[in-house]
Design a protein around this ligand. Structure first.
Ligand code: B12
Length: 240
């Protein structure tokens, strides 16, 4: 399909399809400002003009079961969320490709640099620029409706979609994540746009080392997860 033959509401049609496949939030970012991000490969974004961000919510109850360490149920549900996201991203890329637009799904949770901890592109940065939420004090993407209890994936595309705009940071004076972090990794600094580096928001190595050296080695966990700063975020924390 050529851009000039597209229905006027093509962006809305694409978003509705993605929601129908199980996403809870979808937004579109202009790819241009994202070119300032470190990506793997470095020219990852070159062919693309838009980045679609998709989020699936996580069950609140899974996090309410967490007290001081990740639970085996969280470890399993985390994998399920990644599978759902990867499938939606795959289907979206194929749908856009069928419509004539070069498109690439970026896996939900693939780590490409295990020394410095980088993926192909930061899903949080894409989600923030696509208006899904803001970058909270815990460095995570916080959405008004689900807090940080969302997992994310990205589809890079040449489809001429209308881009959304970032939303305002609403963390305010809240320090719930900083107070709850078992290794004191969160500094409690807020940003109106985004942090220049992870270290501006966190004592990053404290978080990474706790996850790698302790939590990932627990029985039935096996991966770098925690969940505590996600659990305590007041946005969307309904228990009934
Ligand atoms: C490697 C990795 C890790 C590493 C390193 C984490 C890190 N902070 O980078 C380890 C193993 C420690 C880790 C831990 C966790 N992770 Co992790 N991780 C990833 C992974 C695979 C890559 C992250 C990456 O490349 N980061 C690079 C850094 C520099 O980017 P960043 O953290 O996003 O921060 C920068 C940008 O966002 C930038 N930015 C923001 N907006 C904009 C806009 C523009 C224009 C620009 C230029 C920049 C910019 O500002 C920040 C500072 O530079 C992503 C998946 C992915 N591909 O994104 C998941 C991901 C970030 N992890 C996730 C989660 C949930 C976690 C944990 C909570 C564990 C858990 N599951 O319980 C912890 C929490 C850590 C924390 N508080 O930050 C989720 C976050 C979801 C959310 N709601 O935000 C992701 C997105 C996975 C997913 N599919 O949902 N993770």
């Amino acid at each position: 399909m050529k851009a000039q033959n597209l229905p006027v509401d093509y962006t809305e049609k694409v978003k509705a399809k993605i929601m129908g496949w199980g996403a809870d939030i979808v937004g579109v970012a202009d790819a241009e400002p994202l070119k300032a991000l470190r990506t793997d490969p470095p020219d990852l974004l070159n062919p693309f003009t838009r980045a679609i961000s998709i989020a699936v919510q996580m069950p609140v109850a899974v996090f309410e079961m967490i007290s001081d360490k990740p639970t085996p149920i969280y470890a399993s549900v985390y994998q399920t969320a990644n599978r759902i996201l990867d499938e939606i991203a795959f289907r979206t890329a194929i749908m856009l490709q069928t419509d004539g637009f070069f498109s690439l799904p970026i896996p939900a949770s693939q780590v490409l640099d295990k020394k410095d901890w980088y993926g192909a592109i930061s899903h949080k940065a894409v989600a923030r620029m696509a208006g899904l939420g803001w970058q909270g004090k815990n460095l995570l993407l916080i959405t008004p409706r689900y807090g940080s209890r969302v997992r994310l994936a990205t589809i890079l595309t040449k489809a001429p979609l209308n881009a959304d705009a970032p939303v305002e940071n609403r963390c305010g004076k809240c320090t719930s994540c900083k107070d709850a972090c078992p290794v004191g990794a969160i500094k409690g600094v807020t940003t109106q746009s985004h942090y220049e580096s992870r270290d501006e928001a966190m004592f990053f190595s404290r978080c990474a080392e706790k996850l790698e050296e302790d939590f990932a080695k627990l029985p039935e966990i096996g991966t770098q997860i925690c969940g505590i700063c996600i659990k305590v975020c007041p946005f969307g924390r309904k228990k009934d």
